[in-house]
Design a protein. Structure first.
Length: 585
């Protein structure tokens, strides 16, 4: 999780503290004001001051915040403790006096950068309260946000990626914070991040949310100063807040925050349960959630769909009939009987569009007559290992941010121009890389459609899919023509203003693209495991290529245990020769 920090490592050279101010040095007033510079950049400057032990996670979290702000077009710069000691403060050591001077210099630089209109992220151990208070007092009111990256010493010391704590314990590093030099915990920080309870993306969400609220508060204060006495402040400007709200990091982690809030409300009269970092959120979910996926003539889709159905019945349904299996016309009676025996609801799928890339869209037509609260459209190559319902939304279409930048940003922009889009949505990053994409560009393997929006989603999605099939050149040119359902949903969300909420990676945890999951909620486990055809071995078990982390290993083991439990002589393996099909891939 954490890269660690070297700003506790003593360096050679005699420390020098800045001399006192000469009497003939005076402040030079400038004609271009700080507000004018901020207005030119379209920004509200802030200084976000990250403090915590070495190895706490300051650099990692600040880096995620920087990437998100940069992706949103905000001018931002990180002043990292290691970096400033390479140049600006290379003459300073690690005595208490030198630490004070180190913080003073960085605070003065941060002040000037904020005065220039930037958002400044300062990542320093900054162990003393008095110096952090000095830094705050240098800034304008409301401009300074203190973030305490709260990691217990034993956890930071166990991480110790560069061996600094070991050296300090051996006496090789003197004046090392929390070993032989004190760390004074912040008493009232604006943000307190407990890194043992959340992952870096969720921590970044906490920071970004407070920053967002700071901008909103400033806008309301400005409106109060200019409003007439009878004027309502309900419509106080919050342009930065609105642009920021669509950021994927915020949207992804918001699902976990909403789940926690709902859980607290649902269990308010119950005794508190013991805390457990790995325990999934328990949320009261009312109403009916139905699931839908397609089975075609390929025997592997029947095999995968069979175990997806069994896993959904076990984890995500009140009744087996809530699993809706939609068959293309080529599927025979024997395959249909497998799902009928499970108790699933069976449908004949009417192909739509080009009858290849638009079949997912066609599913909604068969679901409208059903009484449901949420309809979840899935790919067949998934398996549920936990209950998805706590992550669903009643007031927005829910889907995960796309795994990869496919199609890339410039292709989406070209399609947007062709479609007549007036103003592009905010930019965020995809799930498997720090590559940009637009808000609302979501992975079509998992769509949750609330009943209230089902007809609107169906109509808009169909309309934009048909339009896209007539304007395929950008997708064809980039080899992404198979993304029609995904891109047409992005157009529907953006052009038809369909409410959208990004779900965390837990709800559609892929095993096939390379890269870490940017929006994974570490406080809950994997919910839906998404694998590829190549991940099935000769006997139909999930066996992904490449190395898996411990979390993924556990998820794969649980998925395979469910497959073992469902193995039967009349199951899809016997019916369709899965072993031969898988081994001949």
């Amino acid at each position: 999780m954490v890269d660690g920090s070297n700003d506790d490592i003593a360096r050679s050279g005699a420390p020098r503290v800045s001399p006192g101010r000469r009497q003939d040095v005076h402040w030079q007033a400038l004609e271009v004001t700080a507000q004018a510079r901020a207005d030119l950049l379209g920004n509200q400057p802030r200084v976000l001051w990250f403090t915590g032990l070495s190895g706490a996670g300051k650099t990692t979290i600040a880096g995620l915040v920087e990437k998100q702000l940069h992706a949103l077009g905000r001018p931002v710069y990180v002043l990292d403790g290691d970096n400033v000691r390479q140049g600006l403060n290379k003459d300073l050591g690690f005595t208490d006096a030198d630490r004070v001077e180190n913080i003073r210099r960085v605070a003065e630089v941060a002040k000037m950068m904020a005065d220039a209109g930037l958002i400044v992220l300062v990542s320093l151990i900054s162990p003393f309260r008095a110096e952090r208070r000095m830094a705050r007092e240098l800034m304008k009111p409301g401009e300074f946000i203190e973030i305490f990256v709260d990691t217990p010493l034993e956890v930071a010391e166990a991480r110790d990626p560069k061996g600094l704590y070991k050296k300090a314990r051996r006496g090789e590093l003197k004046n090392f914070t929390a070993i032989d030099s004190p760390y004074e915990r912040p008493e009232q920080p604006e943000v307190r991040v407990e890194t043992t309870l959340c992952d870096p993306a969720t921590a970044a969400f906490q920071v970004l949310t407070v920053l967002q609220q700071s901008w909103k508060d400033a806008s309301i204060d400005a409106a109060k100063q200019t409003a007439e006495p009878e004027q309502s402040l309900a419509d106080a400007p919050a342009t930065q807040d609105e642009a920021f709200a669509g950021a994927p990091i915020v949207a992804a982690a918001a699902a976990a925050a909403a789940a926690a809030k709902a859980a607290a409300k649902a269990t308010a009269t119950l005794p508190a349960a013991p805390a457990a970092a790995s325990r999934p959120p328990i949320v009261a979910h009312g109403g009916r959630t139905i699931y839908s996926f397609i089975v075609d003539a390929d025997p592997k889709t029947a095999y995968k769909g069979y175990y997806l159905s069994k896993s959904l019945i076990e984890h995500g349904c009140d009744h087996a009939a809530d699993v809706n299996v939609q068959f293309t016309r080529e599927v025979g009676a024997g395959t249909r009987a497998l799902f009928d025996k499970l108790g699933c609801t069976l449908h004949d799928l009417q192909r739509f569009g080009d009858a290849r890339t638009c079949n997912k869209i066609a599913q909604l037509a068969n679901l409208h007559p059903i009484d449901f609260d949420h309809a979840v459209l899935l790919d067949s190559d998934m398996i549920a290992i936990a209950d998805p319902r706590p992550y669903l939304s009643y007031d927005a279409l829910t889907a995960k941010v796309v795994d990869l930048a496919q199609p890339p940003l410039e292709v989406l922009e070209e399609i947007a121009r062709l479609a007549g889009m007036q103003g592009l949505p905010p930019i965020g990053t995809v799930d498997a890389a720090y590559l940009p994409t637009y808000t609302g560009h979501c992975d079509s393997a998992f769509f949750c459609v609330p009943k209230a929006y089902a007809v609107k989603v169906d109509q808009a999605w169909r309309r934009w899919a048909l339009w896209l099939l007539d304007h395929m050149e950008p997708l064809t040119r980039t080899g992404t023509q198979h993304r029609v359902d995904q891109v047409s949903m992005w157009l529907a969300i953006t052009m038809d203003r369909i409410p959208y909420r990004a779900a965390p990676s837990n709800i559609n945890y892929h095993l096939h693209p390379d890269g870490d999951h940017r929006y994974f909620d570490a406080n809950s486990g994997i919910v839906l495991l998404h694998y590829s055809d190549a991940s099935l071995n000769a006997v139909g078990k999930v066996e992904p290529r490449g190395r898996l982390n411990e979390l993924e290993q556990r998820a794969v083991a649980k998925a395979n245990a469910q497959i073992d439990a469902g193995w039967a002589s009349d199951g899809p393996t016997a019916q369709h020769g899965m072993s031969d099909t898988a081994s001949s891939r």
